[in-house]
Design a protein around this ligand. Sequence first.
Ligand code: HDD
Length: 705
Amino acid sequence: MATTPRSTRRARTTAPEAFEVGPGGETHQAVGRGEARLTTQQGVPIADDQSSLTVGERGPTLLEDFIFREKMFHFDHERIPERIVHARGYGAHGHFETYESLTDITTADLFQRPGERTPVFVRFSTVAGNKGSFDLARDARGFAVKFYTQEGNWDLVSNNIPVFFIQDAMKFPDLVHSVKQEPDRGFPQATAAHDNFWDFVSLMPESTHMVLWAMSDRAIPRSLRFMEGFAVHTFRFIDADGRSTFVKFHWKPLGGMQSVVWNEAVKINGADPDHHRRDLWDAIGRGDLPEWELGIQAFDDEFADSFDFDVLDPTKIIPEELVPVRRVGKMVLDRVVDNFFAETEQVAFCPANVVPGIGFTNDPLLQGRLFSYLDTQLKRLGSPNFTQLPINAPKCPFSHFQQDGHMAFTNPKGRANYEPNSWSGDERGPREDPISGYRSAAVQESGTTRRTRPASFADHYSQARQFFLSQTPPEQRHIVGAFVFELSKVETEAIRARMVANLRNVDEDLAEMVAEGLGLPLPERATPAVEPIDLPESPALSILLNGPGSFAGRTLGILVTDGADAKTLANLRDAAEAEGARVQLVAPKVGGVTTSDTTHHPADHKVDGGPSVLFDAVAIVTSEQGATVLAGHAPARDWVTDAHAHCKFVAFVPSARTLLDAAGISDEIDEGYVELDRRKTTAARFLKMCRDLRLWDREPEVAAV
Ligand code: HDD
C-alpha cells in the first residue's frame, strides 16, 4: 500500500496562532490539535517521543535530554491545590435570558431588557469529598453561576439547600474540619457519617435546620439537572436612586425535582462514581438542555421587621408561601467544556463579585465569605492574575491600573499606571464613571464593637420542625433512615445521644424513631435557647409535592436478550421518545443482542456494568431462553430486585417471569408493574405511569430501603 511521506502529510505548525475564540467569546489556547506536529513548549519539533536519550542501547539517561526534562518538569507540576471545599465539581456553559425588566428595583444591567441573553458558566459540586470522590455522596451540592454581564461578572455562589450549618463565618473552618476526613486517620472522605461531624453539629444547635435538609433526599439528587439552587443569604437590589430592596435568589429546575433513595445512592457510587457529571455531559450532548428559572423573593424593611426570624440569619428561610418566588429569567446550559482543567478547575467564584445594582447585607456568614473566596483563589491559582484566565475574565470591556505579577497576560500599553494623571489621549488610561460605576447601598450603621450573636438568631429549631413536618410520609421516612444510618457510623454513643436529644426539639416522633433505629434509649431533651414554635407547613419544601409530572429527561433501562420481541422493544422506544425520555439497553454482552426480526441492537451496558440503579424506570424484554439464562445470573437477579426495592416502575414481557421468579419478586408484583403485550398502547400506558417516577406505596413493603 502506498503511504504518504510523513513530511508532506503533517500540517505545518504556525506557532503564534495560539488562541482561538469560542462561541461564548471566551478564548482557548489552541495547541496540540489535529494534524499539528509535536513540539516542545519552545516550539522545537520532536523527532522521537518514545524513548529518552541514553548512552548506547542500555546506558544511563543524559541530563542534556531537554525534551525529556521539559516533559517531566511540566507533568510534575500538573496539579494545583484542590478546593478546600467543593473540590469535586463539574461545569458547563450556557446563557441566562431575562424575562422582564426589573428597573424599578435594581440597576443591574442584566435585568433591564426583556429577552436579553447573558452568557453564564456554572459549576456544580459536592462539598466535603475530595476531588476524586464519588458523585452520589450525601451532601449539599454547590451551584455556582458566573454571569458575564455587560457591566462585569456577577457570581451567584449558591447551594442546593437554602440554609447553612452556621450563622457566623468564624465557625466555617471548624465546620469544614469536622466534616472532612478525620486528621489522624485520613478517612472517611466524602461523607458526614463519622464522629467528628456529628460531635460538632450536635454541639451547635444552629446547624439543626441544615442537618435536617442534609438528611433529606435533597442531599442525594438524581441529577444536577433536577435540583433547586439557593443563594442562601439575603442580598440587596439597588435602584437608580440608591434605594435598596432585600432579595433572596432561587433556581427552579424546569425538569422538576427528583432524588434517588439512599440504598440506590450507595450502589450508584460503585456502579458509576461519575453519575452526575456523566448525566450532565450526556444531556447537553444529546440536546436535552438543562434549564432553570431564576426566582427572586424581594421584600422591604417592613416585611423584614414583621418576619418571625432575622432575615440576616443564614440558617433561616423565608417560606415561599409568605413571599412568593417571582421568576425573572431562565438559564439554559447548552455547551460542555472543551477542557476540564482550563474551565471547571480554574474557574474562580467569589460572592464579592457583584455588579452595579446588587449589594450585600450584614449577614455575618456572607460578610466572612466576602473575604474567604478571593483569598483562597490566590492559594489555589497561584497568582493575582487568575482573573485573566479566559474562564474568569469578563466578556465586557475592562480597564484598570492593576499590573504585573505572575503570569500577567493582558498588559496595558501607555505611560499612565495611576490616576489621577494629567496625560491625555492613549496615554491617560481609564477614568471613573460617577454615573454608572458601582455604588454600595447607603446604609446607616452604628454600634459598639463586640463578638456576639444577636438574640434574633436564637431560635434554632422552629424552622427545622417546619421543614420536617412539611415533608410527605416517604420523605419523612427517608430523613429518619438517614439519621439512623449516619449516627450508626458514629462510634461514640454519647454523640449519638446528644444528637437525638437535639432532635427532640424538632419533633418527638422523629427523635423516637431515630432512637429506636439506633437501639438507643430516648435521651433527655436538650434545652433550647428559645422554645420552638409551630409554624405553618410549607409544601414548597417537599420534593415529592413538586415533582415534574413528566418522565422527560429521564432514562428507561431495558434488559434485553437475544430473541427478544422486536415489536415490543420498538413500542417501548417509541413511547419513551414520545415522552422525551432516553432509552438504554442492558444486555448479557455489550456487543448487543439480535431481536426476533434478526435486527442487531448494540447494548449500552452489560448487565453488571449497567445495574438498574442507573435508570429511572426499567423494562425486561427477554426471550424465554434469555430469561432462563439471566435467572441463573446474580447481577441480573439484583437488577430486578433493586428496581423493585427502589420503588421503580417495571414493565416486563410474559417470558421474563422466569427471571422475576428467580429474583423472588413474582409474588410482589403490584400496580407499579405493567405486563407488556405487543400493543403500542401498553407501552405508552407504562411510560405515562413512569411520570410519577416512583411507586412510594411499595416502600413500606420492601425491607431493602
Ligand atoms: Fe463557600 C467554595 C457555596 C459558605 C468559603 N462555596 C464554594 C463553592 C460553592 C460555595 C458553590 C464552590 C465554587 C466553585 O464551584 O468553584 N459557601 C457556599 C454557600 C455558603 C458557603 C452557599 C453559605 C451560604 N463558603 C462559605 C463560608 C466560607 C466559604 C462561610 C468561608 C468563610 N467556599 C469557601 C471557599 C471556597 C468555597 C473556601 C472553596 C473553593 C473556592 O471557595 O473557590 O473560599
